[in-house]
Design a protein around this ligand. Structure first.
Ligand code: ZN
Length: 399
């Protein structure tokens, strides 16, 4: 994106955000104005979860962002109860246009008849999707979740070609006799991050079905989505600016490096995000795609930043270990735990990998260690196996 245009968007958003005490508390009293993208990356970030805290600490449950300009109130679950997500009339119009464009890029046209099986009640998704299809001019029947028998009947009668919903529910619909569809826009649950899930959906819905994965959050709206060529999650660059930062200290990272996704709205009035740390891990990269978009979250979302630990000076994410284990037949799908013993006087930090299931043969162990050395740059001090791993967090730091 053109830097001058981005800087203009940043400054408008900084000004909008500065109207809220929420942001003034984070920035100090001075309103930061920026002259470049690099300068913007030095604006203090909003910690992950700060909006949820705000809803209950300031005028609960409305929070600091409730004001006369709010036109839609959605609610989303948080650890302390349902919290609000706000949109002004302007926000709804912008989001409708952006989402319609994303659906068009996903290959959906005015000739499609769509349903969404996501909820219209309280949460942002249902109405947001309804708006987007209507803006595009595709036909959409507001179905919502639940009654699979009636949904299958509707799909047959109306020759539905597009479903926007949970992949698991869509598989269930196919098993109950739903006709083949052309496009599934997946939402509401992890998708490509689950090994084999896309293949299972193709087996149920047909090999030619276009599977579109999206990334977004209740407070952000759309962040990235696949296009019909399915070359990865393209960033919605006209709606959000993304950065990848080191989860440990917030330092911006270059293209290709895995770190925490930081999101900024480019044009949002109510509850604007300015350098919001999502807690999600990914990497930005450029891909060649016939659709014309190139900035992409390469490899999708790879886990949560709070699961990262530094081991022997190297950042280690459980998601990396999962991917590594799944690439070897002997360890594919096995549950695992990482036991980190911090350095103390006279002993260095040690890492143990504990795998569920039978012991590994020497050849498999060698292959595993070689992969660790190649992909993660460190090798566990020991690899142990246990017949059954007790439930618990993936990191064991008390051993
Ligand atoms: Zn594309």
């Amino acid at each position: 994106m053109d830097e001058a245009w981005l800087v203009e968007c940043f400054n408008r958003q900084l000004e909008r955000a500065a109207a809220h005490p929420f942001y003034r508390r984070i920035w100090g009293q001075d309103l930061p104005r920026v002259e470049s993208v690099a300068a913007f990356s030095r604006v203090p970030p909003v910690p992950c979860g700060a909006f949820a805290e705000d809803a209950f600490d300031t005028d609960a449950p409305r929070g600091a962002f409730f004001n006369r300009g709010v036109a839609r109130i959605n609610l989303t679950p948080s650890g302390r109860g349902l919290r609000p997500i706000y949109f002004s009339r302007h926000d709804l119009a912008v989001m409708r246009r952006i989402n319609a464009d994303l659906l068009r890029r996903a290959g959906i046209t005015e000739d499609d008849v769509a349903i969404t099986t996501l909820s219209y009640s309280l949460l942002p998704a249902g109405l947001m999707i309804q708006d987007a299809f209507e803006e595009l001019g595709a036909k959409i029947i507001p179905v919502g979740p639940g009654d699979s028998e009636r949904t299958v009947e509707l799909m047959k009668n109306w020759k539905v070609t597009v479903v926007y919903g949970n992949p698991s529910f869509t598989i269930k619909l196919a098993e109950q006799g739903a006709p083949p569809i052309r496009v599934l826009v997946a939402g509401g649950e992890p998708f490509s991050a689950v090994p084999g899930y896309k293949d299972a959906v193709r087996r149920a819905l047909g090999q030619d079905v276009i599977l579109i994965e999206s990334y977004g959050m209740a407070e952000s709206g759309p962040i990235a989505r696949e296009c019909r060529y399915q070359n990865g999650l393209h960033v919605a660059e006209d709606y959000v600016h993304l950065e990848i930062v080191d989860p440990a200290d917030g330092t911006p990272l270059p293209l290709g490096e895995v770190g925490e996704v930081v999101v900024t709205h480019l044009d949002k009035e109510a509850m604007p995000l300015v350098r919001y740390r999502t807690g999600d891990l990914s990497a930005l990269g450029r891909v060649d795609c016939p659709c014309g978009r190139s900035l992409t979250l390469v490899g999708g979302i790879r886990g949560r930043a709070d699961q990262m630990k530094k081991v022997k000076g190297v950042k280690l994410y459980p998601a990396q270990v999962r991917a590594l284990l799944d690439s070897l037949p002997e360890t594919r799908g096995r549950a695992f735990r990482l036991r980190l013993q911090e350095a103390s006087a006279g002993t260095a930090q040690t890492l143990a990998l504990i795998l569920e299931g039978p012991p590994l043969a020497q050849a498999a162990l060698d292959a595993l260690q070689a992969l660790f050395r190649k992909r993660i740059l460190i090798v566990p001090n020991e690899v142990l196996t246990q017949e059954k791993l007790a439930a618990g967090p993936v990191w064991d730091t008390h051993g």
